[in-house]
Design a protein around this ligand. Structure first.
Ligand code: HEC
Length: 244
């Protein structure tokens, strides 16, 4: 998505608001996994375990860690822990196709928003611990913030139709949900299983992303950005043929 590459450039070129500084980095060193009784017998369900392991693989090769922390190193202390410093934040201009857009961005310019990859470790207070695997699945399939998705199967992709929220709070760009939602159901379930059951919780409060009042709905509806449809239109579309 164009917005993401530009946004990355902005963020890298010009450090933005420092949300959580060194304090957070230091304190996560002290963060430990919940105490486990080492002598307890744990019954491991092989099917559930396989789902967690497949989810890990998908998370690794989809670059979730590039934004959510730890790049492709699941042993990183900041693995999936969300924004810890300014280089993990993005500046997303609403009107990013405007040729008169000035670089570098003017900090007082109201036409862009700072967005922040969230903590997606299963910490109950600051991460996705309080959401069900169904809510995480819904979040990735429909681009909704997990707390905004009902904990049931969603029956439509149209706001207000069926049980799709009438005023959806879409996940802010550059979270690539418009791409991820095309993964097969099982892949999304596996990601949810891994995030909930395969990752150590890290306590790291990430500031809310900024956004326009319609929670990015018209941004994604812009034909230059595009939700695309789900499922995707049949191949080939007009733009996929070699002869016009
Ligand atoms: C290019 C950066 C980027 C990548 C890559 C990325 N994310 Fe995100 N993600 C974000 C941003 C930014 C948000 C915050 C959106 C918001 O605040 O509305 C987010 C939010 C989320 C949320 C919602 C969490 C919450 O509590 O609201 C989930 C779940 C999530 N991402 C999962 C993933 C997974 C799984 C992957 C890999 C398959 C991934 N993300 C890859 C940027 C990214």
């Amino acid at each position: 998505m164009k917005a993401s590459s530009k946004a990355v450039k902005f963020a890298a070129a010009r450090p933005l608001v420092v949300t959580i500084g060194l304090g957070a980095l230091v304190s996560i060193g002290a963060c430990t996994a919940p105490a486990a009784d080492e002598n307890a017998e744990v019954a491991i369900d092989p099917a559930a375990n396989a789902s967690v392991e497949r989810g890990r693989q998908i998370v690794l090769h989809h670059g979730c860690g590039d934004c959510h922390g730890g790049f492709a190193n699941p042993d990183s202390p900041i693995w999936m822990a969300g924004v810890m410093g300014p280089l993990q934040e993005f500046a997303v201009p609403l009107d990013f196709m405007n040729p008169s857009f000035a670089y570098p961005l003017d900090e007082s310019d109201p036409s862009y928003f700072v967005t922040r990859p969230r903590n997606i470790t299963p910490d109950d207070e600051t991460g996705i611990g309080r959401f069900t695997e169904r809510q995480i699945f819904n979040s990735l399939r429909y681009g909704l913030r997990p707390e905004e998705t009902p904990d049931v199967e969603i029956s439509s992709t149209v706001p207000g139709e069926g049980n799709f929220p009438p005023v959806p709070r879409y996940l802010a760009p550059p979270m690539p949900w418009t791409a991820f939602r095309h993964m097969p159901d099982q892949d999304l379930w596996d990601i949810a299983a891994y995030l909930k059951r395969g990752v150590r919780p890290v306590s790291n409060e990430v500031l809310e992303s900024e956004g326009p009042p319609d929670f990015w709905a018209s941004f994604y509806a812009d034909p230059m950005v595009g939700f695309g449809s789900y499922p995707a239109p049949p191949f080939p579309t007009e733009k996929e043929t070699r002869t016009p």
